[in-house]
Ligand binder design. Structure first.
Ligand code: GLV
Ligand code: MN
Ligand code: MN
Length: 428
């Protein structure tokens, strides 16, 4: 395929960026100031409709699977050939940025739109997946869309609840989906040639090195769990200090303990207590109960399991000392994922062909690609995040970097040689 002109790349990149910005405000956000688009909420529904219409304009036929993932398909010239799957997510964290996830979906649509406007079809179909639940911002489970699609077990999720007590089953029903059909979201790996996800880096490395894009060779593993500490509420003025069972004081010691533990790991471990709430929550009441989350990330599988044990022991020891009870629940484990060597090398070749230095990174952020790595050949393309800022309203991208990613993606989708990516024997 002829290379796209610089003008074409910039206008495709500009449109994808404009659309990301458009979708970062009401009604595409469920909060008035800033972006919050949790799974299956009103903003997710209306965003899905908008993205559907853009997919259709780009020549894709669109459907929604049983877990709410939008799937657009642009046919190839060989009807039975496995398709290239390109995806990312359209949900967001609370007070998140406009480009996390969304840019990957909208730039993939731009690629298909470019093919469509040239009336060009590749030997294989392209499917674009817009997952609705990468962030886990609503339910105590995340990546349900990519986990279902890639045939992973999700356990019994019908009754998991959001913070208002709405179950997943009810939330799906609210958008016209029936949990009874959940299994129909599963796909066969034989349907796909591979998976490509484009995403902002969300970290500072490309910015520091002055690079626009990089291929991703691996994604860190994640362990998540929730903790409830129970002490005893009481009068802030009458209960002597030595008689207290203050759950918030215990939680504070735990938070600092976890931070100190991660600091000792020499960069191997990232540990975060991202959310905590004290009850009953009044200036003159000793907190009797505290709920908080713990998240641990590392590229080292056994190191991660070991850190879960150590953090659990730390919680237990602090609680025993303070006569507080601790309950740990809703644990989620995502293993570190290795991208496909062949596909990642091909992506690096495309980076070079598009006129940029070869570069590989390990992702410290989680992505739907993690669910694909052990299922079909998978790779990711990162775009520079200015200042490394993400999960923050100031998250942004630069036009030249997005245009570079568009070039790399176009080169990649059109130069993919099906026989090289998944040789015959591997498709059995
Ligand atoms: C997703 O953005 C994550 O890394 O949690
Ligand atoms: Mn995110
Ligand atoms: Mn993301």
């Amino acid at each position: 395929m002829d290379r796209f002109t610089a003008h074409h790349s910039r206008s495709s990149a500009q449109r994808a960026m404009n659309r990301c910005r458009e979708l970062s405000e009401t009604p595409y956000s469920d909060i008035p100031d800033g972006l919050f688009r949790p799974f299956l909420g009103p903003a997710h529904t209306i965003t899905s409709e908008r993205v559907t219409s853009w997919m259709q304009d780009a020549g894709l036929s669109v459907r929604r699977d049983a877990i709410g993932t939008l799937i657009g398909r642009y046919e190839g010239t060989q009807p039975d050939a496995p398709a290239l799957l390109i995806g990312s997510h359209i949900d967001s964290v609370r007070n998140g940025g406009a480009f996390d996830g969304m840019l990957g979906v909208l730039l993939a649509i731009e690629c298909v739109s470019a093919l469509h406007s040239n009336n060009q079809h590749l030997p294989y179909a392209i499917e674009i997946a817009a997952f609705g639940d990468e962030e886990g911002s609503r339910f105590p489970q995340s990546m349900l869309g990519s986990r279902m699609l890639s045939g992973k077990s999700v356990g019994s999720v019908a009754e998991i609840q959001d913070q208002d007590g709405v179950t997943l089953q009810e939330a799906l029903k609210g958008v016209g989906l029936d949990i009874a059909y959940l299994e129909s979201a599963r796909r066969s790996p034989h349907e796909f040639l591979g998976y490509l996800e484009l995403h902002i880096e969300q970290g500072p490395i490309l910015d520091k090195e002055g690079l626009s894009v990089a291929a991703v060779e691996a994604i860190v593993g994640i362990r998540r769990f929730h903790v409830i500490l129970k002490g005893e509420a009481g009068h802030a003025g009458t209960v002597p200090m030595e008689m207290r069972r203050d759950a918030l004081a215990a939680a504070s010691e735990i938070v600092l303990g976890i931070e100190a533990y991660a600091n000792q790991s020499e960069g191997q471990l990232r540990a975060t207590v991202g959310k905590s709430e004290a009850f009953p929550g009044a200036i003159n009441i000793i907190p009797g109960r505290v709920a908080f989350t713990v998240e641990l990330r590392s590229a080292d599988h056994s190191g991660l399991d070991c850190s879960v044990l150590n953090v659990t022991s730390l919680i237990e020891a602090i609680c025993a000392k303070r006569n507080i009870s601790a309950t740990i629940f809703d644990r989620q484990d995502f293993e570190p994922a290795l991208c496909d060597t062949r596909l990642t090398t091909l992506l690096e070749d495309c980076i070079e062909t598009a006129g940029h230095p070869r570069k590989r990174l390990v992702s410290g952020a989680g992505h739907d690609a993690m669910m694909m790595c052990d299922w079909i050949p998978t790779t990711m393309l990162f775009i520079r995040s200015p200042g490394g800022i993400s999960h923050h309203p100031a998250e942004t991208v630069e036009l030249k970097d997005v245009a570079a990613a568009f070039d790399v993606m176009m080169t990649f989708v059109s130069s993919l040689d099906a026989r090289r990516v998944r040789p015959e024997g591997e498709m059995q």
